[in-house]
Design a protein around this ligand. Structure first.
Ligand SMILES: Cc1ncc(COP(=O)(O)O)c(C=O)c1O
Length: 382
């Protein structure tokens, strides 16, 4: 497994692994998106998007052009453009929020399994990290009693990913309330990564945590629900004061996002177009999940799963005694299939498989996974 050379940063193992192998294997199931949209598909003819073609290629206003920030603000109840900061992907939004808030000696409570960016950064910076497990037996929700027990006056922030990557679960009303109550009691921040909001396979659109409590920083972007990760457009939603405090951190990181992408993002978020894109992508996710269930019905898989509510991915429990890393490594080496071991998302015993793929491709990769798991189980040991 590749590592980072510097000891000053905890490796983001999943991302390092993807970079190392995603283009080398026959079947890459390590992704968590659907096929990205092309500009030709998005924009069509030049006439349809004169503003995009004619925008000067300079630096855009730091934090986003006013029209783009207004378009984003319209997605959040009670927000104005002053509550929005446009960033380079949700990655930068997550990074600067954590950088501003977390220091050595602080404590972070974070749900697991999850996208481990903030968790790893916190550990790299000497922050004490406490996992708040999502439980499969509770439909991938956390136990409300557990959050009460974990969050204390020392807890600087509680980090969540909602809808969740990798389980695809959406926080239930009881858990949302328990989260806000715990944060309020302790005076903690809530860092809420919401990049899968709008990518629901079924059920209503996931509501942002922003607006539920003053100390919420919510992050999002065009990478998942919009299938436009290459534009590198993300954003932070928060109270004006905290955004003002975060702004200087970007001066040392990227200064700003890209001007053409600011214009394209504004085009994407025009209400009618936005709804069309989201509906199209949700249909793709639903169709891909159909491919998975079709394969499961026709085979006897050596794994079980809870249907994800959102996102083109599935967190499957493998019945083998081998660790998820061992299974994933063998799968890559022996079957040329790449998946994410649950341990890289904070929970062993599971594998994350991306399903946003053509049917034949997905089915062949699942055949290979099944063969390996059956072989491991038949041998009775790793
Ligand atoms: C939960 C989550 N947050 C953030 C990101 C990164 O987002 P972006 O590509 O907008 O930087 C990902 C990418 O997979 C993700 O799954």
């Amino acid at each position: 497994m590749p590592t980072v050379a510097s000891t000053r940063l905890e490796a983001f193992d999943m991302v390092r692994m993807q970079y190392a192998y995603e283009r080398k294997v026959d079947y890459d199931l390590s992704g968590s998106g659907i096929p990205s949209m092309r500009l030709s598909e998005l924009i069509g003819t030049r006439d349809a998007a004169e503003d995009v073609f004619e925008v000067p290629q300079g630096y855009p206003p730091v934090g986003g052009s006013t029209p783009l920030r207004s378009a984003i603000a319209a997605l959040y109840k009670g927000a104005s453009s002053d509550n929005i900061m446009v960033t380079n992907g949700a990655t930068e939004a997550n990074f600067v929020a954590a950088w501003r808030l977390l220091e050595k000696g602080d404590e972070l409570v974070a749900i697991v399994p999850s996208y481990m960016q903030t968790w790893n950064l916190a550990r790299s910076w000497g922050v004490e990290t406490k996992p708040l497990p999502l439980r499969e037996d509770m439909g991938w929700q956390f136990d409300p009693e557990a959050i009460k027990a974990s969050v204390t006056r020392k807890t600087k922030a509680i980090q969540i990913c909602n809808p969740n990557n990798p389980t695809g679960a959406v926080l239930a009303i009881e858990q949302r309330k328990a989260l806000v109550d715990a944060a309020r009691d302790a005076g903690s921040w809530i860092l809420s990564d919401e990049v899968y909001a709008g990518a629901e396979r079924e059920g209503p659109r996931t509501e942002s945590l922003w607006g539920n409590y003053e100390r919420v920083l919510s992050t999002n972007g065009l990478c998942k629900a919009y299938a436009l990760p290459g534009l590198r457009i993300g954003w932070l939603v928060g109270e004006e004061e905290i955004l003002r405090e975060i702004a200087p951190y970007r001066d040392y990181l990227t200064l700003t996002h890209a001007e053409p992408c600011d214009a394209i993002a504004k085009f994407v978020l025009e209400p009618e177009r936005r709804e069309r894109i989201l509906a199209q992508n949700r249909a793709i996710i639903q169709k891909c999940y159909g491919h998975l269930t079709e394969w499961i019905r026709a085979n006897e898989p050596a794994f079980s799963h809870l249907p994800p509510k959102a996102g083109p991915m599935c967190f499957i429990r493998h019945s083998s005694k081998a660790s998820s890393l061992e299974v994933a490594e063998r799968l890559r080496k022996e079957k040329s299939v790449l998946v994410v071991p649950g341990s890289q998302m904070g929970m062993d015993g599971y594998l994350r498989i991306g399903i946003g793929l053509p049917k034949e491709y997905l089915h062949t990769a699942l055949d290979r996974l099944n063969e390996l798991l059956n072989r491991i189980n038949a041998a009775g040991s790793p």
